[in-house]
Structure formats: structure tokens, C-alpha cells
Design a protein around this ligand. Structure first.
Ligand code: ATP
Ligand code: MG
Length: 360
């Protein structure tokens, strides 16, 4: 197949880690007979330096001609970088909000995978995690409490603050469809997380998810209350395959899930709209403290590229080839600085990328 991939190298370690993902994508293209065309897009600090703003309308138009976008990371050190002397709407991170809006990215997918080889980094007991675990969280990204009406008023001489949590049937339906589609490519198990014993929005959530489930007879749907889910994530993480949840619950649970893997520098993420298009990026930030040193871990970005192959291009075997190569390189004992431990071999960003590419 032929695909056009937008490439936002970004700031800090971004350019270093994106380069390694491209190295791996090129190896895939060569081995499987695909053509990937890369279109360089500027965003964040890199765009401010050239255009004076974090994301131009022209860049958005160019991005809209791409089948998917691979992104490094955005932003710099807020205390030393001149980007942060600009007004908030002109700072690097404003580009992120603008791109989400421009592409209507309402679905955020974050895997939490515990690799057998990195078990020592996991804070959970051996008996709980033996064999590792592998789940994804599908979080609604553009609705709910974070986007509801808010106000602080004075009532009878006392300040009172209001935040409203709103979900429409349509918003719930489209994120549910995304979750069930992902489940079909995995172990066919969706756990929808809500607070239906208290919230009206959660009761509607449950109803609509049930309706969508009727179109996916091969997928098993169960419901879990969010407080129980928070507990189950540390008690028995292996029970989860796809967690489907609203914006705020997803925000909290995805941080919890990534921390129980113990290695946030390994975790990719993807954001989707209603089409096959996706924006793929590592979960971690721009790490200005280690930028330019060629020591950053490129694996989260490389795994983001694997997600792109699976979810935007339907290249499941190719995505799996990358994931397997990552596991093999870990098995051989190679580690970057963030995951190194006794008895393993420390290597740099470029070497890690090369080993993963060679392993395909
Ligand atoms: P965010 O941009 O999400 O706010 P942050 O500022 O909280 O992120 P990061 O930029 O992710 O934090 O960096 C947090 C720490 O993790 C830093 O010490 C950084 O060096 C380290 N780190 C982040 N990503 C990587 C990576 N890919 N490889 C190695 N270390 C990393
Ligand atoms: Mg940061």
C-alpha cells in the first residue's frame, strides 16, 4: 500500500525519537513492500521559531492531506525557554489543543502493557503480574466535565463553583464504536467504566454502550463502576482488555494504568476522529532535561508507529512485527537509560532504533 504520513518532529527529544520511528517504518516498507511518503509538519516550539505561532492554518491544511500523523513531543522547559514568555494562546502546547480541534480528535487510546522483561519496574507483586498484562484505555476526549459549562458565583455571601458534566447520545455512541472496533482487533472484551449508581450521564452512557454492543456480537461487554475499576487495576490488571470510559475517568485511570506498568517511557498513544485518520505520539513529554543527548528511549514512539499501521492502515501483521521486535530487543537485554537495570546493556537512542529495525 501507499500512505502519506505527516511527521511532527516537535521539540526537546521529539526529533531524536521520531527519527528512530521513521527508521523502523522504512524497514517495514522495505520488508513488506509498502510505500510511506513523509510530509514534514511544524508544530509547537519548532513552529513558533519559524512562524511565530505553534500551529499555522497552512500546516493544518497540509496535515489534512495525510492519512495519519506521527508526532514526537511538544514544548520546552517553562522556566528557561523563551516560548513561555508568550501569552498562553501562543505557547507550544496551544498547538495541541488546536490540532485536536481541527481534526475533531474525540477518542484517545492509551495502551498499558507490562513487558515480561521489564517486570522489575512494576510496583505490583509478582503473583499479580506474572506473565505480564496488556490492556488499552479508550478515553472520550472532547466532552464531559472538562468541556461543560463552569462558573463561580456568590450565593448568600459565599462563593459557590459549578462544573457541569454533559454527554449526548451521539458523543457516547461514536466513542463506543471506536472501542468495539479496537476490541475486535484484540481479545474481544470491553469493560465500560462509569458511575451509573449516581450519575445520570453515566446511566445514559450505559444505555448507549449497550445499544452499540448489539452490533458487535463477537465482543463481550461488561460494566464496572469507576471506583471499583481503580481498585481492580492494581488488584488484578490481567482481567482488562479494552476499558471504555468518559473523559475525566479516563484521565485518571489512564495515569493509574500507565504507572502500574512502571515504564511510562515505553507507552504509545493515539487519538482518533470518526475516520481512519489518527494522531500517534508517545505518552511522555519532550524531556528537555535530556534533549540533544541521544539517550532518550524511542520505544514509545516506535510503538506509536506500530499502532498507526494497525489502526489507520489495517496493517496488523506489520504492527505485530514491530511489537515483536521490541520484545526481542528487550529480551536480548538492551535498555535505554530510563529502563536500564542491573545485568542489562545500556544503549542510546539511535542504537535502540537500529536494533528494533534490524529485528524486523
Ligand atoms: P508533559 O509534557 O506530559 O507535561 P512532563 O513535563 O511531565 O511531560 P516529561 O517531559 O515526559 O515530563 O519528562 C519527565 C521525565 O521523564 C524527565 O526526567 C524525562 O527526562 C523523562 N523522560 C520522558 N520521556 C523519556 C524518554 N523517551 N526517554 C527517557 N526519559 C524520558
Ligand atoms: Mg513537559
Amino acid at each position: 500500500m501507499k500512505a502519506t504520513i505527516g511527521v511532527i518532529r516537535g521539540d526537546g527529544i521529539g526529533p531524536e525519537i521520531v527519527q528512530e520511528a521513521i527508521k523502523v517504518l522504512d524497514k517495514i516498507a522495505g520488508s513488506f513492500g509498502h510505500t510511506f511518503v513523509y510530509k514534514e509538519l511544524l508544530m509547537g516550539g519548532a513552529s513558533i521559531d519559524v512562524y511565530g505561532e505553534p500551529l499555522t492554518d497552512e500546516t493544518i491544511r497540509e496535515g489534512q492531506q495525510c492519512d495519519a500523523i506521527l508526532m514526537g513531543s511538544i514544548g520546552g522547559d517553562p522556566t528557561t525557554s523563551p516560548w513561555y514568555q508568550l501569552e498562553p494562546a501562543k505557547r507550544p502546547e496551544a498547538g495541541l489543543l488546536k490540532i485536536r480541534k481541527a481534526f475533531n480528535l474525540f477518542a484517545n487510546l492509551r495502551p498499558a502493557t507490562l513487558y515480561e522483561e521489564l517486570k522489575e519496574a512494576c510496583p505490583l507483586k509478582e503473583s499479580i503480574i506474572s506473565g505480564g498484562f496488556d490492556m488499552v484505555i479508550m478515553r472520550e476526549l472532547t466532552g464531559g466535565l472538562y468541556f461543560g459549562e463552569r462558573k463561580t458565583v456568590n450565593e448568600n455571601g459565599m462563593r459557590v463553583a459549578y462544573d457541569s458534566l454533559t454527554y449526548s447520545e451521539e458523543e457516547i455512541r461514536r466513542i463506543s464504536i471506536k472501542a468495539f472496533e479496537i476490541a475486535k482487533k484484540r481479545s474481544c472484551k470491553v469493560i465500560s467504566v462509569d458511575k451509573a449508581n449516581v450519575l445520570d450521564s453515566s446511566r445514559l452512557w450505559r444505555n448507549v454502550v449497550e445499544e452499540v454492543a448489539k452490533d458487535y456480537p463477537e465482543v463481550t461487554l461488561t460494566h464496572m463502576l469507576v471506583d471499583n475499576c481503580a481498585m481492580q487495576l492494581v488488584k488484578n490488571p490481567k482481567q482488562f482488555d479494552v476499558i471504555l470510559t468518559e473523559n475525566m475517568f479516563g484521565d485518571i485511570l489512564s495515569d493509574e494504568a500507565s504507572m502500574v506498568t512502571g515504564s511510562i517511557g515505553m507507552l504509545p498513544s493515539a487519538s482518533f476522529n470518526e475516520t481512519k485518520f489518527g494522531l500517534y505520539e508517545p505518552s511522555g513529554g519532550s524531556a528537555p532535561d535530556i534533549a540533544g543527548q541521544k539517550i532518550a528511549n524511542p520505544i514509545a514512539t516506535i510503538l506509536s508507529a506500530a499502532m498507526m499501521l494497525r489502526y489507520s492502515f489495517d496493517l496488523d501483521a506489520e504492527g505485530k512485527a514491530i511489537e515483536e521486535s521490541v520484545k526481542n530487543v528487550l529480551k536480548q537485554g538492551y535498555r535505554t537509560i530510563d529502563i536500564v537495570s542491573e545485568g542489562t546493556t545500556l544503549i542510546g537512542t539511535e542504537e535502540m532504533g537500529s536494533k528494533i529495525a534490524e529485528g524486523i
